[in-house]
Structure formats: C-alpha cells, structure tokens
Design a protein around this ligand. Structure first.
Ligand code: DGL
Length: 278
C-alpha cells in the first residue's frame, strides 16, 4: 500500500522515459506546473525501446515504476510514447498511484484540431506497430483517417545534436513525403525526441499542417488531473528541497550534458541506479 505521512500534495511526480527524450515532457511540466517536484528516471542503459517488443518494454516499465514508487511519488507520468503504447494499459491496472501516458493527450488534441479528418502520426516502429494512436483517435471520432509513419532515424539524429542540420532535413523530407501525399492537416509528433526538431518538421509540412506536441498536451492533462484529485502542490518547494532529481541506468554524465541543452534550469546532478534490482 501507498502510505505516506503528511501532505500528499507536496509529494513529487515520477516521470520516466527510455532515455533522454522524456526531458521534453519534464520541460513542459516545469513550465506549466512550476510548484511541483519531479523525480525523473531515464533508462539510458536499455534505450531504445522503439525497436523492442511489447513484452520487453512492459517488463522494463514495471521495474521503473517500482523504482519510482520507492520515492513515494504521488503520480507517475509515462513520458515515453513507446512505453505508453506498449505498457500503459497493464501499468494502470497494477499501480497504486494515478498514472498517465503521453499518447491519449496527443490523440485527443489531434482529434480536436483536424479540419479535414486526416491525421498523420510519426513515431518509433513499436508505437506505429501498436496502432495505439489510431485506436484512441478513432474512439473519439470514427470518421477520422490516421496515417502512421515510423521514423527510426530521428532519435539518433536528435541525440547527435543534429537538430538543424541538412542531414536531418533530407531524412525528414524522405519520411514525410508520404504523409504530405496523404493530404493530412494535422501531424502528431509521437516520440519524445521530435519536438526538438519541430521547426524542421514544420517547414517541410508547411503552414497548412498543425503539429501536435504530446509533451505539451500531457503536462496540461497532468495539471488538470492533479487539480481534480486535489493533488496540486499549493506552494513552491523551498530552496534546497531537491526539487528536481534525475536518475539514469547508465552514463549519468552524458545524460547531464544532454539534459542541460534542453532544460535551461541547470541540472546539477544525475545519479546512476541499477534498475535490474527493481
Ligand atoms: N522515448 C521513445 C519514444 O518516445 C523514443 C526513444 C526510444 O526508442 O526509446 O517513443
């Protein structure tokens, strides 16, 4: 059971991802709900999840949830699209604190903004293969048509720092041509890394296509959920409260460097955890 002395509202939010990409979600939570403390776990030893099976991603995700619960988190955000696609349904049934993923918030926004009912989704192979975005969007509006495209090269390009580079531009054009030909008017950036190349994607898709960022939508949904459950932290955590804590399963120093290029707040430390112990 989840037992905690004191005010549950002041407990941290647990956030996890397969690696560094989930920091795009952390960044949105920091912006939109600044009073909250965060415990982040990035599975840098076992990334990528996008090319793994549902069973493996679920097993990894369960270990991470167990780790986060040792920090007495009040809620958990599955920042990884692949883990949300493969494992969230099981995690929801098993976890004693509220748990939300990034897929539903992104799907909801896309179904609201499309005008012509043609939505594109770009994501990892596992997310596209799961057809989870199609499933959620069609539950909301069965008239919408969804076109999925796996873009496996974007993750390494982003992690190499090639956010605005002719190589990324060329590869993005190759991936996206198919979706442009499908006449979509909305494109879901269904992977943690893609918001970091948003300007390249936007330029290629053109002004007529609305880009949906599930990281942003998830932070909004998280805020709403915490409000509804009376779990929003009413006051800013004090100085020295260790408000943002980062854990990884490997290469903490490399993680810290990447993190500092995304989050301007200044991440001073990241600790390594042996996640197989959980
Ligand atoms: N975090 C993953 C996602 O959002 C991308 C990286 C990976 O394949 O693990 O799907």
């Amino acid at each position: 059971m989840h037992s905690r002395e004191g005010d549950l509202r002041k407990a941290p939010i647990g956030v996890f991802d397969s690696g560094v990409g989930g920091l795009t979600v952390v960044r949105e939570i920091m912006r939109q709900i600044p009073n909250e403390s965060i415990i982040f776990f990035g599975d840098t030893a076992r990334v990528p999840y996008g090319s793994k099976s549902k069973e493996t991603v679920t097993r990894y995700s369960r270990q991470i949830v167990r780790f986060l619960l040792t920090h007495e988190v009040k809620t958990i955000v599955v920042a990884c699209n692949t883990a949300s696609a493969c494992a969230l349904e099981d995690l929801e049934k098993e976890t004693e604190v509220p748990i939300i993923g990034v897929v539903k918030p992104g799907a909801r926004m896309a179904s609201q903004v499309t005008r012509n009912g043609r939505i594109g989704v770009i994501a990892t192979e596992a997310t596209i293969g799961s057809r989870i975005y199609s499933q959620y969007i069609q539950e909301l509006n069965s008239k919408v048509t969804i076109f999925g495209k796996a873009c496996p090269l974007f993750v390494p390009l982003v992690e190499e720092g090639l956010w605005q580079d002719p190589v990324t531009d060329e590869i993005a054009r190759r991936y996206l041509t198919e979706l442009i030909d499908c006449d979509i008017d909305t494109l879901i950036l269904g992977c943690t890394h893609y918001p970091l190349i948003r300007s390249t994607l936007g330029k290629i898709m053109g002004e007529g296509v609305t880009l949906v960022n599930p990281a942003y939508e998830t932070a909004r949904e998280l805020r709403r959920m915490l409000e509804e459950k009376g779990l929003l932290n009413p006051e800013e955590p004090g100085l020295g409260s260790n408000r943002y804590q980062f854990y990884v399963s490997d290469k903490a120093e490399k993680f810290k460097q990447f993190a500092n290029s995304i989050i301007k707040y200044g991440i001073l430390s990241a600790k390594t955890v042996n996640i197989e112990d959980y």
